[in-house]
Design a protein around this ligand. Structure first.
Ligand SMILES: *[C@@H]1O[C@H](CO)[C@@H](O)[C@H](O)[C@H]1NC(C)=O
Ligand SMILES: *[C@@H]1O[C@H](CO)[C@@H](O)[C@H](O)[C@H]1NC(C)=O
Ligand SMILES: *[C@@H]1O[C@H](CO)[C@@H](O)[C@H](O)[C@H]1NC(C)=O
Ligand SMILES: *[C@@H]1O[C@H](CO)[C@@H](O)[C@H](O)[C@H]1NC(C)=O
Ligand SMILES: *[C@@H]1O[C@H](CO)[C@@H](O)[C@H](O)[C@H]1NC(C)=O
Length: 218
C-alpha cells in the first residue's frame, strides 16, 4: 500500500533574521538567507525492512510522519549488513553549495540508539553526519552530546551542510548547538526517520516528524 503523502509547503519563504519572539540574541532563524526547495512525493524515497510492508513501519497522519522499527528487523535490502531502519531519503542529491534540512521531531521516551536524521555521503566513510538519540540525549554519532532532555516533546531541527566550506551546523529550537567539519564532499542527501545505531539500541525505536523542508542558499 502506498503511503499517503504528508503535507508539504509550496511557498517561497522570506525569513527575517531575528525571530519576533526572540528574547536572546542567539535565537535566530536558521533559514535566513536560504530559499526553500520545493518538494513533492517524487522527492521522497522510502526505506524499511525489506521483508515488511511499509504500512507496518510507517504512517502519515494529519501531516505527521511516524516511523518505527524493531532491533531484530531486517535491513533495508537483502544482503545489506546495516542495522534496521525506516527512513525517507530526500532527493535531490547534492554535491556542492549550502543546503539545509528543517523539521519538527518528536521522540517517545524509550527510543534509544536511533539515528533520527542524517546526511548520507562523504569523501571519507558513508555519512557526513548522524544525529542520534540515546536516552533522551542527542549525540553526533555516539560521541559528542548536542542536547539533552529531548523525550516526549516536539523540537525543531535545522541541519545546515555547507559543502563548499566543509561545515555542518546543528540548530535545535533555533539555537545553534553544534558545529563540526564535514567528511569531505560526495554524493550527498538528507534522510530522516529511525535507523538503529551499531550498539546500545532499544528494542523499539520511533520518531515522528512534521513540517520537513529543504532549503538551499543561492
Ligand atoms: C514534483 O517535482 C518534480 C521534481 O522537482 C517535478 O518534475 C514534478 O513535475 C513535480 N510533480 C508535481 C505533481 O508537482
Ligand atoms: C541521486 O543519486 C542516486 C545514486 O545514489 C541516483 O541513482 C539518482 O539518479 C540521483 N538522483 C538525482 C535526482 O540526482
Ligand atoms: C522515561 O521513562 C522512564 C521509565 O519509565 C522514566 O523513569 C523517565 O523519567 C522517563 N523520562 C521522561 C523524560 O519522561
Ligand atoms: C559503508 O557502506 C558499505 C555498504 O553498505 C558497507 O559495506 C561499509 O561497511 C560501510 N562503511 C562504513 C565505514 O560504515
Ligand atoms: C553504550 O553502552 C556501553 C556499555 O553499556 C557504555 O559504556 C557506553 O557509554 C554506551 N554508549 C552510549 C553512547 O550510550
Amino acid at each position: 500500500m502506498k503511503a499517503s503523502y504528508c503535507r508539504l509547503t509550496f511557498f517561497l519563504v522570506t525569513s527575517s533574521f531575528f525571530l519576533k519572539d526572540a528574547h536572546m540574541v542567539s535565537v535566530v532563524d536558521p533559514t535566513y538567507g536560504f530559499v526553500e526547495v520545493m518538494l513533492n512525493e517524487s522527492n521522497f524515497e522510502y526505506q524499511k525492512p525489506y521483508d515488511t510492508p511499509l504500512d507496518q513501519r510507517y504512517e502519515c497522519k494529519d501531516g505527521t510522519h511516524r516511523f518505527w522499527v524493531y532491533a531484530d528487523d531486517k535491513p533495508f535490502s537483502l544482503g545489506s549488513n546495516t542495522q534496521p531502519r525506516t527512513e525517507i531519503r530526500i532527493l535531490p542529491n547534492y554535491t556542492s553549495g549550502v543546503w539545509q534540512f528543517e523539521g519538527l521531531a518528536f521522540i517517545p521516551n524509550g527510543t534509544s540508539g536511533a539515528t533520527i536524521v542524517q546526511i548520507h555521503g562523504a569523501a571519507h566513510g558513508n555519512t557526513t553526519a548522524l544525529l542520534r538519540i540515546y536516552k533522551g540525549e542527542m549525540r553526533y554519532y555516539s560521541t559528542q552530546v548536542i542536547d539533552t532532555d529531548l523525550y516526549d516533546r516536539w523540537f525543531k531541527v535545522n541541519l545546515i551542510h555547507d559543502v563548499d566550506e566543509g561545515k555542518v551546523i546543528v540548530f535545535l529550537d533555533n539555537k545553534e548547538k553544534f558545529k563540526i567539519h564535514d567528511q569531505g564532499p560526495g554524493l550527498l542527501y538528507f534522510k530522516f526517520g529511525v535507523y538503529g545505531a551499531p550498539a546500545n539500541i532499544s528494542y523499539y525505536m520511533e520518531s515522528r516528524w512534521k513540517d520537513v523542508k529543504i532549503y538551499k542558499k543561492f
